[in-house]
Design a binder for this molecule. Sequence first.
Ligand code: ADP
Length: 450
Amino acid sequence: MFKKVLIANRGEIALRVIRACRELDIQTVAVYSDADRESLHVRFADDDVCIGPAPARESYLKIPRLIAAAEIAGADAIHPGYGFLAENAEFAETCAASNITFIGPTASQIRLMGDKAAARRTMADVGVPIIPGTPGPVEDVDEALGFAREIGFPVIIKAAAGGGGKGMRVANDPDDFARAFQLARSEALSAFGNGDVYVEKYLARPRHIEFQIMGDRHGNIIHLGERDCSVQRRHQKLIEEAPSPGMTPELRQRMGDDAVRGARAIDYVGAGTIEMLLDTDGSYYFMEMNTRIQVEHGVTEMLTGVDLVKEQIRVAAGERLSVTSMPLLRGHVIEVRVNAEDPARNFQPSPGRIEVFNPPGGPGVRVDTHIYTGYTVPPYYDSLLAKLICQGSTRAEAIKRMQIALDFFIVEGVATTIPFLGRVMQNPRFQAGQVDTKFLERESDLLREP
Ligand code: ADP
C-alpha cells in the first residue's frame, strides 16, 4: 500500500480523499494556491506544499509543480480528485515517468475516452448503442450539415474534447446550423485548445443516466448501479439521485451490462462513469465516459455502502476490488449541489465571506464540504460549497429528509442555491419523478423566489 498520497486538488474533494487515506493509514500531502492558504484540506493533511498563485493555470494545473511537490514531500502516489488534471493524460504519464502512481486509469484510457468521437467509435465497436451521429469529427460545415439532414433536426454539435457543458451547441433547423457549428468550434478551440467537433441527434426529453464503474488490474470490472442526473441547468448537473425513478431491474440489467461491456473494451482500471441518455421510448445511448471519480460519487456510496475512494486507492495499489458484484441497494439517495450562485441571476457566481455556517445532520444525512464560518469563497474556482446527500428507505422519505436538511442548512454571506433546491424538492413533478434534462426549462418558476 502507498505510504503517502498527494492530493492534486482543493475543496471538498481534497477533504474526501484525505479521509479515505486516513482510514487506510496513509499519510497525505495537500497542495494549495495562494488563495487557499486558509483551507481545511491544508489543515487536515499531514503535509502541505504551496504550488503557486491563485489562478488554477498557475497552480492546480501546473504539472511540474505538482510532481515537484510530490517529490519534495515524499509522496508515492497522487490522487487527482475531479476537475483540474483528473482527466489529463499527460499528467498521468508524467506521474508514471516520475515513479509516482497516478490513482486512476492509464494515460491511454484517459486519452481514448477524453476524445468523445473516439469513445463513441470504441463503444459502437462492442455493440453499445451510441446516439446517431457523425462517425468522427467533421471539419467542413457543408459536410456537417449534410450529416445533420440525414440524422434529422434538431442536432447537437459537440466538442470532441468537451466537458463541463462547454463547446456544445444545439441547432434546431438547417438555417441555424452554420452559426451553431462555428460557435461550437470556436468555443471548443478556446476552452480545450482543440476545435474538433462532431454532430449528434438532439433528443427532446432524455434522462441523463450514468453507471458507476469500478475495475481492478486483475480483470474484474463491475458496475454499482445507476445515478439519474437529469436536473440540470445549461447541461450541468444540479441534483443527482439513485435509483433512477422509473428504472426497472430489467432495464438496469441491460444498461448496466452495456456499461460494463464498454468499460471492458478498454480494460478499464479504477473508478469511472459511463454516461448515457435514456429516451422517452426506452431506448438508451452511450454519451461519454468520465475516467475519474465524480462529484456525485457519494450517492452510490450511500446507496451501496461501498467506499469508492478507498476502492480507487486500493485498486491503484494493485489490490483486487473488495466487491465483485452489485451490493443490495439501500433505499433511495438524493444529492443536491449547494453552490455559491444566484439562480435568479442565471446562476451567477457569488464569492465572498461566509458569515454563518450551520450544516444539517440527522439520520441518513451526509454533508461533504470544505467551508466554515469565516471562510472566504475565492472567485477563482468552481462555486461548489457543499454536497448534501440524503438517504431514505423510499424516494419520498429521501425527499422529505432533503427538504428538512435544506431548511436547517444555514449559509449566510453569499448567495446560494439552497432556497432554489428546497423549491425543487416541493415541486409536484419532481416528487412524481417526472424529470428529464428539460425539467428546469419547463419549471423555470423554480428559479425565482416566490
Ligand atoms: P459534458 O461532457 O460537457 O458534460 P455531456 O456529453 O456529458 O457533456 O452532456 C451533458 C448534457 O448535455 C447531458 O446530460 C444532456 O443534458 C445534454 N446532452 C448531451 N448530448 C445530448 C443529446 N444528443 N441530446 C440531448 N441532450 C444532450
